[in-house]
Design a protein around this ligand. Structure first.
Ligand code: 2RA
Length: 330
């Protein structure tokens, strides 16, 4: 399979190359793609160096699939050109996610809705993906009514410049490029993406709206507070879920343990719970601190962690491409 990685020189692009190699995706030809200023740069894949090409060159090379991680503006402008040339695009940006003509896919949940006609497929937001992967088996069994989520998100979600800001601050530098409006080291910012008229941030509304679309259920109520913290390994989430029906905690643990891509780490007596430092570089979503909310019926508290560059971005996108290849949809 000819695979183009658009945005190959970025943080997520680099992770996509790693994940393609690790999962042994059947790549017959790799085409790393980026904007003008990165053309000619080299990226490595499975021990070989590849030169980055521009958008038009990549389209002319006719890849079977193009995994985009190049930002919303680039995606809006360029993805349709790939699609018109018959190339299936899996897009990591927010550009197409809520477009009613595009599928928003987490393979464990809704990949079966994909058809060969889907030429631009959207990859959801990182903080949404890890939450819905855990919620899906519980929704099927107990039916979710309402979710209250607070996130603790890694600076890698903002990109390389944010990681540089954190380490420049930590090194005591005073002159550096600032991505955030405040210091991030030794600090916490209750602010991810832009503020909207309703007082929520765009990241918070992504969690609300994308959850309903992926889980194909508009009745699920979600309210979110998204927060940036000075870590790099992954996003963490405190999730409070109210169900229509009551549950048994052991059954919850066993449903989650059986779920593909989910690992239960729930042994507080031995200090075992998910953390970004242990989720870093892993493809799975980790869940722990599984306990009943004792203040109201049918309500569960969970702590969910995943590497946002992996399942939150690269891994999910590669899994979509794997599904397309396996079911001969490309
Ligand atoms: C963040 N959700 O962590 C974003 C990345 N897509 O900022």
């Amino acid at each position: 399979m000819k695979v183009a990685v658009v945005g190959a020189t970025g943080l997520v692009g680099g992770e996509i190359l790693k994940v393609l190699a690790e999962r042994n995706f059947p790549v017959s030809e790799l085409i790393p793609v980026a904007s003008e200023r990165s053309i000619g740069k080299k990226v490595s894949f499975k021990g070989k160096e590849y030169e980055v090409v521009g958008f038009d060159t990549a389209i002319a090379m006719k890849p079977d699939v193009a995994i985009f991680s190049a930002g919303g503006g680039t995606s809006l402008a360029i993805a349709p050109k790939f699609a018109e040339a018959g190339i299936t695009v899996v897009d990591n940006s927010s550009a197409w996610r809520m477009d009613p003509t595009k599928k928003l896919v987490v393979p464990e949940i809704n990949a079966s809705t994909l058809t060969p006609e889907d030429k631009i497929i959207a990859n959801p937001n990182c903080s949404t993906i890890q939450m819905v992967v855990v919620m899906n088996p519980l929704h099927k069994k107990y039916k979710i009514k309402r979710v209250v989520v607070s996130t603790y998100q890694s600076v890698t979600g903002t990109g390389k410049a944010a990681v540089d800001q954190l380490f420049n601050e930590r090194a005591g530098k005073t002159e550096y490029d600032k991505v955030y409006p405040h210091k991030i080291d030794l600090n916490v910012l209750p602010h991810i993406d832009v503020f909207l008229d309703n007082g929520y941030t765009k990241e918070e509304m992504k969690m609300v709206n994308e959850t309903k679309k992926i889980m194909m259920d508009d009745s699920i109520q979600v309210t979110a507070t998204t927060v940036r913290i000075p870590t790099i390994g992954g996003h963490s989430e405190s999730v409070n879920i109210e169900f229509e029906n009551d549950f048994d905690l052991d059954e919850v643990r066993s449903l989650l343990a059986q779920e593909e891509g989910v690992i239960v780490q729930d042994d507080p007596k031995n200090f075992l719970y998910p953390m970004p430092i242990t989720a870093h570089g892993k493809d799975e979503v980790f869940v722990g601190r599984i306990r009943r909310d004792e203040t109201q019926p049918n309500t569960l508290n969970l702590w969910i962690v995943a590497d946002n560059l992996r399942k939150g971005a690269a891994t999910n996108a590669v899994q979509i491409a794997e599904y397309l290849a396996k079911h001969q949809l490309i």
